[in-house]
Design a protein around this ligand. Structure first.
Ligand code: NAG
Ligand code: NAG
Ligand code: NAG
Ligand code: NAG
Length: 375
């Protein structure tokens, strides 16, 4: 019987070798989670069959090229013949990483997964090679994902990758998470609207900066956006972020700017920026701030200013109207004795001051280690 070309089954015994290496796959007792790590030099890909009944599947390709699977995948002219088999798969969360994969293979897998009930897909440490084929004009291309996460994925097609990938997904995506991206300068004219996307997380792209943000936030492509996370993205002032949001016409309710080295004072010549009216939560924690930035939105439900370098309590007129203000971990609140060491560079985000709990914990640890040393 011909086997269906779903992702797990594509990883078929092309290279069957004697199992001298440790088992690459582990399945838990309930058959819920299955993880494979094909790190050897000649992995036995057929081991991935063990994951066939799992709900959460994680496959790490050990940096191998998946090129040899392409021919096999292309042997399946019409994936519809496998639809019933793929529909029966239990997989809801799939994570694929550490491999070189031709774009045509990746899209072929997505097409087949279109018949699955996959909800969350994570691609990590992947090098996607070659050009992306245009999607077939079938009614249902690709899986109906709610969450797509990419970390450290490079695409031979550069900035058009998002538009191309999007064509292979059904349009209900709610959460898109892109970290350590190689290109966020999207070809916006090719990108279609993400009608249901409520969360866009671009955190951990330290080279992005406000200009990069303007390029990444394709105007009017994210009409349902509510949460925008820009943690550790090289942002420099809240006001410049405000300007980038205004330029892109995005109106998030929640904005996370934590772990950026922000300066409080905007360029005095810079024009005022009007914050999105729906914005009600702003996270400025771990931002190295020595004072409350000027020009924040006039009213917020939540403002997190924790773990900055505020040396005195902010005066009411310096703060927006806030229902829920967090100031923990600022020097003016930290007792003199446990103050963190002064940082010489203003770009360094202050470290969390040791809490009595963590001091207690490390004390316990020292005790345990001490006891071990004597037995
Ligand atoms: C996979 O195996 C390699 C080599 O043994 C190891 O370095 C790596 O951390 C493993 N990856 C995962 C996700 O377990
Ligand atoms: C990013 O992914 C590539 C494989 O495409 C890998 O070689 C590299 O080590 C990864 N980088 C990091 C920081 O993990
Ligand atoms: C703000 O961000 C920090 C660090 O990323 C996080 O620990 C904290 O929970 C966030 N605060 C809120 C109110 O979400
Ligand atoms: C303040 O906001 C934080 C984070 O959103 C939440 O955990 C906390 O319950 C809120 N506190 C109040 C009093 O609303």
């Amino acid at each position: 019987m011909e086997r269906p070309p779903c992702l797990l089954l594509l990883l078929l015994p092309l290279l069957r070798v004697s199992a001298a290496t440790p088992e690459p796959c582990e399945v838990d007792d309930e058959d819920v989670r299955c993880a494979c790590n094909f790190s050897g030099s000649q992995p036995d890909w057929s081991e991935a069959f063990q994951c066939i009944a799992s709900v959460e599947v994680e496959i790490r390709g050990g940096g191998h090229s998946l090129e040899p699977f392409l021919k096999r995948a292309e042997g399946y002219a019409d994936p519809r013949q496998f639809a019933d088999t793929v529909r029966a798969l239990r997989v809801r969360r799939l994570s694929v990483g550490a491999a070189r994969v031709p774009a045509r293979l990746l899209m072929g897998v997505l097409r087949v997964l279109g018949y699955s009930r996959l909800k969350e897909l994570t691609l990590e440490d992947l090098e996607v090679t070659g050009t992306t084929p245009p999607p077939p004009s079938l009614e249902a291309t690709g899986p109906a994902l709610s969450t797509l996460r990419l970390r450290n994925v490079s695409w031979a097609t550069g900035g058009s990758w998002l538009a191309e990938l999007q064509q292979w997904l059904k349009p209900g995506l709610k959460v898109l998470n892109i970290a350590d991206a190689h290109s966020l300068a999207f070809a916006c004219e090719q990108v279609r609207t993400f009608p249901a996307l409520t969360t866009l997380d671009l955190s951990d792209n330290p080279g992005l900066g406000e200009r990069g943000l303007t390029a990444a936030l394709c105007p009017h492509k994210f009409p349902a956006l509510q949460n925008l996370a820009l943690r550790n993205t090289g942002m420099q002032t809240p006001r410049a972020v405000c300007a980038a949001l205004a330029a892109a016409g995005v109106r998030p309710h929640r904005l996370d700017l934590s772990h950026n080295s922000l300066s409080a004072t905007a360029n005095p010549g810079a024009a005022e920026c009007v914050w999105p009216s729906a914005l009600n939560s702003l996270n400025l924690s771990f931002a190295g701030l020595e004072q409350v930035p000027k020009g924040l939105p006039a009213k917020l439900s939540v403002l997190d200013l924790s773990y900055n370098r505020l040396n005195r309590a902010p005066r009411p007129e310096e703060l927006p109207k806030v229902d829920n203000l967090t100031l923990d971990g600022n020097p003016f609140l930290v007792p003199e004795a446990s103050k963190p060491q002064e940082h010489s560079s203003s770009s360094v985000v202050p470290a969390r001051a040791p809490s009595p709990l963590s001091v207690g914990m490390s004390g316990t640890l020292v005790l345990l280690l001490g006891v071990r040393a004597f037995v």
